[in-house]
Design a protein around this ligand. Structure first.
Ligand code: ZN
Length: 412
């Protein structure tokens, strides 16, 4: 994303200040950088990244960039590897987060007339409370349910006349199924769903949308950067708007660390512009997406990132081309007759990479060759390389919940 002069000045000033703080992780990180002479976006792009491990290393309160007397709250993101990350928030940070969340609701067409049933968890992590802050700032009615207790959820949904459900995709699906099962759809007033940003399939989306008869909005965010509510799709459903007055967004090649041009897939990297408690410079989200070039049809000036396509850790490289599982899925989606069940096998034979894509189909055997050729053409035009392709009958391939497991790399 092109950095405005104003954004550059904010970032430069912030970097210099963080470096001067002896307690800050940036004191060491920027030690070898002459920040004062930084002059352009290009110079900024030479600064080192901040990764989740950096935040873990300064546990518990090493991220605090203000005296603790100014910290009004902490949140924590859990890690799979033990030590959590603690994020301190000042009053301004909490207010800024609420403001962004409020904007998200507004983009989703939610007003103060709405009643929001909030089912994400309340506690150390940033889910439930973020949904609530935004709702209250908007002036809507928050119903802070938290997760679980489906019986009570459905009762309150009817009795309070909830019009918006805030949930993870899996919980929204569970509620939709329960409502269907009990035949209480005519007692439910839901119009919209605001769904947390875990990657979820089009099939699941369709089921929730159709069984509840509601519009769905994807909300983006992560605890290290405020929390959920820093981005959302609009009525045109073409990527998520993000707020460039609060954060600077870039997309990098996760292997080389180089910034990629707008429109190209890569890993999202975020620099906070206004955070006081725990400002972050070039934080690697490990989320795969792209910056969508141009203005949105809705006319809003906020830039857009695409829906999250997966984790950058799932990326693999064949014959010099970077690919990730969701991309394979997208290519297959474009091929009429191909299902989204696939398997990728990568080998190294006679000094050369070899990639085979197997996918399932309902079509009869005599159409397989035609289908394979179509898929090959799509791979070439969309990904820039042509793997070997093999169509197989439905039900042939092993099933796995984890998309990354569908790529079998035998090269090592
Ligand atoms: Zn829009």
């Amino acid at each position: 994303m092109k950095m405005t002069e104003q954004t550059f000045e904010i970032i430069k000033k912030q970097a210099i200040r963080l470096k001067s703080l002896e307690s800050s992780l940036y004191h060491k990180k920027f030690a070898d950088f002459d920040l004062e002479s930084m002059q352009s976006q290009e110079d900024f792009e030479k600064l080192p990244f901040t990764d989740k491990n950096d935040l873990r290393d300064v546990y518990p309160l090493g991220l605090a960039a203000v005296p603790m007397s100014q910290v009004v709250r902490i949140h924590s993101s859990s890690g799979t590897t033990g030590t959590p990350v603690i994020i301190p928030y000042t009053k301004k940070d909490v207010d800024d987060w609420s403001e962004q969340f409020k904007r998200c609701y507004e983009i989703a067409g939610i007003t103060k007339e709405d009643r929001l049933q909030i089912t994400p968890g309340y506690g150390l992590w940033t889910a439930g409370i973020g949904f609530q802050l935004g709702a209250e700032l908007l002036g809507a009615t928050a119903i802070p349910m938290g997760p679980g207790n489906t019986e009570k959820q459905l009762q309150f949904m009817q009795d309070m006349g909830a019009t918006v459900i805030c949930a993870t995709s899996s919980y929204a699906l569970l509620l939709a199924e329960e409502i269907e099962k009990r035949g209480i759809k005519d007692k439910i007033k839901l119009k919209k769903g605001v769904i947390g940003s875990e990657r979820w399939g089009e099939k699941m989306r369709k089921r929730i949308r159709e069984s509840l008869g509601i519009e769905l909005y994807d909300i983006y965010g992560l605890t290290e950067i405020y929390g959920p509510g820093i981005g959302i799709n609009c009525e045109y459903d073409c990527g998520m708007h993000v707020f460039d007055d609060y954060c600077y967004y870039e997309v990098i090649n996760p292997k080389t660390g180089e910034t990629v041009p707008d429109g190209e897939m890569g890993e999202l990297v975020i620099t906070t512009l206004q955070k006081e408690g725990a400002p972050l410079v070039r934080f690697r989200t490990h989320d795969l997406t792209r910056i969508i070039p141009g203005e949105c049809k809705c006319g809003r000036k906020y830039p857009r990132i695409d829906v999250i396509m997966g984790r950058s850790d799932d990326l693999f490289k064949v014959k010099g081309v970077n690919m990730f599982p969701a991309q394979i899925e997208d290519v297959l989606k474009a091929v009429d007759g191909a299902s989204c069940e696939y398997r990728v096998e990568i080998d190294h034979v006679n000094g050369k990479d070899h990639m085979m894509v197997l996918f399932e189909t309902d079509l009869p055997f005599d159409r397989f060759t035609e289908l394979e050729q179509k898929a090959q053409a799509h791979f070439k035009s969309r990904i820039g390389m042509t793997p070997d392709i093999k169509a197989v009958p439905n039900g042939t391939l092993p099933r796995s919940e984890k998309k990354s497991k569908r790529v079998v790399d035998n090269r090592n």
